[in-house]
Design a protein around this ligand. Sequence first.
Ligand code: HEC
Length: 182
Amino acid sequence: MRRLLLTLAVLAALPVQAEDTEALTAEARMQAKALGTQLMGVLKKSIEQDGPEAAIAVCNTQAPEIASALSKDGWHVARTSLKIRNPENQPDAWEKQTLKEFEARKQAGEDPKMLEATTVADGEFRYMKAIPTAGLCVTCHGVALSEPVTARLAELYPQDKARGFNVGDLRGAFTIRKTLQD
Ligand code: HEC
């Protein structure tokens, strides 16, 4: 009896069951996709209309706005990287570790588009999905940036580290978290 009670107590203390994690992962994937799609829409439109220098300012205001609009019902939606542009996107310990693991998994031959990780810690479900660098991205994150892009970045992001990327490199990751109910 005692053992049974102990087992039950241990089971009840388990924060999330496997099936919950699956459902949360599915939802987190949708959140990451929504953030990616919305950012890409804004980015493409403003580059086409006004050029990349102007699009930097659009990214500067729209990227945090889009992320915070998606952050509801207990979810928190953001992006991070080992080389950040906006200091607000600084990775924490788990994010940094996961970004390094993504790099290692890519080196080992995994498809960069498929790299994902999840964890449950400190009452939170967490999910990350890698973001590979595409052709469009190197205009503002590449090795050789144009004069106007460099000037605009210097104004808005004096501590910018998010450059020097080539197509196919991992640029960063979507990072999604949800506080779990007790
Ligand atoms: C027009 C210039 C521009 C282009 C093109 C661009 N970005 Fe960015 N990117 C920015 C700016 C500006 C920020 C900072 C946004 C902010 O303040 O939150 C940023 C931030 C990011 C971040 C968040 C982490 C960080 O460094 O702060 C990621 C990830 C990212 N970009 C990935 C990409 C990818 C992938 C592409 C191509 C699909 C891309 N970017 C294309 C300007 C650009």
